[in-house]
Write a protein of this length. Sequence first.
Length: 251
Amino acid sequence: AYNLPTEFIGKKVIHLDTVGSTNDYAKEIGNKVSGGTLIISEQQTKGKGRLGRVWKSKSGDGIWMSLIIKPKIEPYKAPFLTLVAGASVVKALSNLGVEASIKWPNDIIVHNKKICGILTELSAEMERVNYVVIGIGINIKTIDFPDEIKEKATSLYKEGYKLSRVDIVRQFCIEFEKLYKGYILDGNKQDTLELCRKYSAIIGKQVYVIKNNKRELVKCIDINENGNLIVKEKNGEIQEIMSGEVSIRGV
Ligand code: BT5
């Protein structure tokens, strides 16, 4: 159906009508399927964000998908794949005429509102990765968001873009495969980092970094080789922030 020119990303697509979470489903079958398998569901009854948060995806008006990949890397290298995925989403959208940007580490925004979230999960044993699940939610047709997220969420339709899910998934798979192969096979992080910088919503800006319920006002300087955010604190000190458990808020 997707007719992909890729080598392995999205070569096998499992299409579901409904599921709790495509990420949980991917983790159930992760050991049994080949790398590149993509799971897409019309709706999710228990869509997940990071740290137990909820991802609203009960209706069939978005792309709710999880990609299973099997890179031969050490677990600490997996978080960079969130950036690879984010860069692929913005590039895919840009190819289709949508101006989106990346709010490091895992949000894609359009006109300052969240249109896409990414949740990377890992299965590893003895310091070896079995597989990585990259969950991606993109709001396509939603017009009315629930009250809790009304102010901060948007969809492609709401922003005036009428695009088909198939085109977006296709472009994503093509762009992801390029960056992924570069990173895993050649150790090339630069292509991903360049996109993350070019399409960054926060570099050069002041933001709040929120960690363990504490928030700190900083200026974003760059994203470094490790995929970490480099910021300048109020006292002038330069800090490196790991993506793990932080959120970024606008000022
Ligand atoms: C994320 O978490 O943004 C990761 C979202 C990943 C969703 C995909 S869908 C396919 C796959 N299967 C899953 O179960 N999950 C993945 P986080 O950074 O923690 O942001 C979560 C926050 O985003 C919530 O607390 C809300 O504030 C907001 N939010 C929830 N649903 C949203 C939506 N549909 N659109 C925009 N924002 C939303």
